[in-house]
Design a protein around this ligand. Structure first.
Ligand code: SF4
Length: 306
């Protein structure tokens, strides 16, 4: 059984319909539904090697450790938890989850600045608790991995390069950071001004990627078309997925008229449909880069665990 640290979207169970934060960019509100225990058990049976536990905030569920232990007993090797890590400031809870079988903690970490983080999550004091949570996981005994998610929005995109330096200095042992452009759903749909233009984030994203590369931290990018990642297409989650599966297709993303003649269509699924409805597609620029060059860069980086 291959152990992977990347989340699986095929078996994703949602345990809760509540959260202890109120993030301005939350895409879950009004979208994610809690599943019954019967449905969770059926997902565990189907999971095979990989199960992701999410929902609003799974650490609030009183039986989380027991559910994880059940999945492990059923043979699931890769158990990933999507969490904001606030309750993981309790080191004993972290140890309990690791020994029950959580292998990867995929943490919503929207800023390295305390004031901005608390503003984005709507909960004063949550930054310090999350920071303690990440450190508790990294220093806990047992085999585990930590990855961070940074949801790019209008309030934090300029801080991405400093975020990359902070993460590289403060979280040794992290497996990767995922920069993700927001989906226009949930709260972000109610306040679309929070969704930044992709062309505006481009230079900050490039600087953050360079800082991560320099510090040998793996960095992935989601929901940003390849033509807006020139020279760093290798970091695209979609491109890596296309290279693995042989298909670039992705849910809720489509080619637009600018994509005609683009050299990277075999690796890029196009633009998110909800972004297109908001801003159109004028920022897209068909690429001339050869897909083989992107594939080679991905291969080299993967060999270096980046
Ligand atoms: S032009 Fe279209 S297919 Fe080409 S990289 Fe941009 S979004 Fe993807």
């Amino acid at each position: 059984m291959v152990v992977t640290t990347e989340p699986s979207y095929t078996e994703l169970v949602n345990l809760n319909k509540k959260c202890n934060q109120s993030c301005v960019f939350c895409g879950a509100e009004g979208v994610i539904k809690a599943q019954s225990m019967k449905a969770v058990n059926a997902a565990i049976k189907r999971a095979g090697g990989h199960l992701t536990i999410g929902g609003w905030e799974p650490t609030l569920h009183p039986r989380l450790a027991a559910i994880v232990a059940r999945a492990k007993k059923a043979g699931v090797k890769n158990i990933t938890l999507f969490t904001n890590a606030v309750l993981l400031d309790d080191a004993a809870y972290v140890r309990q989850l690791i020994s029950a079988g959580v292998r990867t903690f995929h943490i919503n970490f929207p800023s390295h600045e305390e004031k901005l983080s608390d503003l984005l999550t709507g909960v004063p004091g949550s930054f310090r608790r999350r920071l303690a949570g990440v450190r508790n996981i990294l220093t806990a005994p047992g085999r585990k991995y930590v990855s961070l998610v940074f949801v790019i929005n209008s309030l934090n995109y300029k801080t991405m390069p400093a975020y990359a330096r902070f993460v590289a200095q403060n979280f040794p042992g992290l497996v990767h950071v995922l920069f993700t452009a927001p989906c226009v759903m949930g709260r972000a749909a109610q306040k679309p001004s929070l969704v930044p233009r992709l062309a505006k984030i481009k230079p900050y994203l490039a600087a953050a990627q360079a800082a991560f590369l320099k510090n040998r931290v793996k960095c992935l990018v989601e929901n940003v078309p390849l033509c807006l990642l020139p020279g760093a297409e290798h970091a695209s989650f979609d491109a890596r997925n296309a290279l693995m599966t042989g298909s670039a297709a992705a849910l809720a993303k489509s080619y637009r008229k600018e994509c005609a003649g683009c050299s990277l269509r075999t690796l890029c699924p196009g633009l998110r449909d909800d972004y297109f409805r908001l801003y159109g597609s004028k920022e897209l620029r068909p690429s001339k880069r050869r897909p083989e060059a992107v594939a080679r860069a991905v291969k080299l980086l993967k060999a270096a665990q980046l």
